[in-house]
Design a protein around this ligand. Sequence first.
Ligand code: SF4
Ligand code: SF4
Length: 117
Amino acid sequence: MANILIVTCAKIRDINCVACLKCFKAADLKEGEFANYDSVKIVAMCGCGDCPGLVMPKVGLVMEMADYLERDIDTIHLGTCMVKANKTAACSIDLDKVKEMLSSKYGVPVVVGTHNY
Ligand code: SF4
Ligand code: SF4
């Protein structure tokens, strides 16, 4: 079971990509970047901290709260919304760098992307 935190683009989530239906569907059906897990549980979703991308402090808060609430997070995904913001808009986040920083700080795998719809 992968207990997953999805980090999302604060400018896209629930505005252009409504209700996070796509990621919930992909997780349920184990499609896209969820395809290789035995089973998937989305434990938490959070915004990136908004532009210019304060991801580290935001995820820090999420991890602290998850610990307080005794919720395991063993994998972090940077949502497809973040990938789209990076490729098609002026998002300043260096996704590969953030991936390395998160993985090194929290000792968990970090995957870039979620659904492929
Ligand atoms: S890519 Fe996923 S996490 Fe991001 S807004 Fe869309 S459904 Fe939500
Ligand atoms: S920093 Fe990037 S991912 Fe975050 S809200 Fe801005 S455009 Fe979206």
